[in-house]
Design a protein around this ligand. Structure first.
Ligand code: HEC
Ligand code: HEC
Length: 353
């Protein structure tokens, strides 16, 4: 599958600022990435155990929805629940309110707005392809999509409801009763509700981006500028962090890996702590799950704090703070062209058709 990407099969090593940054792309990449992560500060919540199952693959095309092993009836039920305001206290805030599938799986806001106009403290990541992430949330606190889905309904600044009340409301709906009874012997429970939502989310994938077609062998799928951007993305070492099938979502890394990002200017908030917020370890300060770059052209503003309004600015900051490099404007433009080739097909779901 990767025959055309021979550059990535070589052990690409980058030596910068005295650090050895090991590139990905070979079968032994896992050990090298452990080394890379250690060189960058060894976050204590590094991928271990099941976290590694999806990690450390080279970029590869997304599968088609038909290739996924999902239960179609659960997907339909999950689709309905995902779009149902009944999961929120005032009946108006569905998951889809903040994660609009037809618009890159986000809300397009710097921070989300929940029930009663409550403002969140962090930028909403996309739900598209999130099933490929090794953990969920910026700080990786949920291990699975089902685990993740338990959070928003009870989050006071999101859906502000209580699970026992949600289960009661759903049970009062005869159509839901019937659908759940057919799929789950235990009927409507917190676990069955989030299981159906997770099954639906697994199908929110965006295959056939120009880059995926390029990876699959169609050398005409990307324009020359994007191909050059891909080369720069690899040569500069962006690929060391944004890697795996989701081009991210399989490692934790520090924001400001080589050059400190948070300073007086940026006024750190609780959300800026990243993993340290839950691990309380100094070395986890400002460490986040590396976000997926798939469909990134659709998901401005960028970063957990929405500090970059566009891709040009995001790439400039990445280059400066993650790689310690001042990147010329023409190279930034080429990388942006590459990032724009990562937009795949919008999932065909009932609400989008
Ligand atoms: C009020 C807006 C809002 C609502 C409603 C909401 N979310 Fe989110 N979602 C967010 C924000 C903000 C985050 C990031 C929080 C964090 O990382 O700490 C997030 C994170 C996620 C993630 C993690 C993605 C990743 O890559 O880490 C998934 C998946 C997700 N939400 C799915 C859902 C589902 C399913 C529902 C409904 C049960 C839902 N969301 C309801 C705002 C919202
Ligand atoms: C050392 C690891 C590392 C390297 C190298 C790296 N990134 Fe990142 N990237 C991250 C992390 C971590 C974030 C999230 C930062 C945050 O939200 O505060 C991120 C975020 C981004 C985002 C914003 C995504 C979003 O949805 O908000 C873009 C775009 C991006 N990186 C592109 C690049 C490019 C292009 C390069 C190479 C010039 C690069 N990155 C190099 C770790 C890295």
């Amino acid at each position: 599958m990767f025959a055309s990407m021979s550059a990535w099969r070589m052990p690409t090593l980058f030596i910068m600022s005295g650090l050895l940054l090991a590139g990905c792309g070979s079968d032994q990449s896992e050990a090298r990435f452990q080394q890379f992560q250690q060189a960058l500060g060894s976050p204590s919540l590094l991928n271990t155990g099941s976290d590694t199952t999806r990690a450390n693959e080279a970029h590869r095309p997304l599968p088609s929805v038909q290739q996924l092993a999902v239960n179609a009836d659960k997907v339909t039920l999950g689709d309905q629940l995902y779009h149902d305001g009944k999961l929120s206290k005032d009946g108006t805030v569905a998951c889809a309110f903040c994660h609009v599938v037809a618009r890159g799986g986000i809300d397009g806001l710097p921070v989300s707005i929940g029930v009663g106009g409550a403002q969140g403290g962090i930028n909403a990541p996309t739900v598209l392809n999130s099933g490929f992430n090794f953990r969920q949330f910026w700080d990786g606190r949920a291990a699975t999509l089902a685990d993740q889905a338990k959070g928003p309904p009870e989050n006071p600044i999101e859906m502000a409801h209580k699970w026992p009340d949600i289960v009661q409301t759903l049970k009062a709906d005869a159509a839901y009763q019937q659908k759940f009874a057919r799929l789950y012997p235990e009927g409507i429970t917190v676990d069955t509700v989030v299981d159906a939502i997770a099954e639906f989310e697994k199908t929110l994938i965006t295959p056939n981006s120009p880059y995926d077609r390029y990876l699959a062998g169609d050398k005409t799928a990307m324009k020359a500028q994007a191909v050059n951007g891909l080369k720069l993305f690899s040569d500069y070492g962006c690929i060391s962090c944004h890697q795996g099938i989701n081009m991210g979502g399989n490692l934790y890394q520090k924001m400001g890996a080589l050059v400190a990002y948070f300073d007086e200017k940026h006024k750190p908030t609780a959300a800026d702590q990243g993993l340290a917020g839950r691990s309380k370890r100094v070395e986890d300060q400002n460490v986040f799950k590396v976000p997926s770059l798939r469909n990134v052209a659709l998901t401005a503003p960028y970063f957990h704090n929405a500090a970059a309004p566009n891709l040009t600015e995001a790439v400039r900051i990445m280059s400066a703070n993650q790689l310690g490099r001042v990147m010329p404007d023409n190279e930034i433009a080429d990388i942006v062209a590459f990032l724009e080739s990562l937009t795949g097909e919008t999932p065909k779901i009932a609400a989008v058709k």
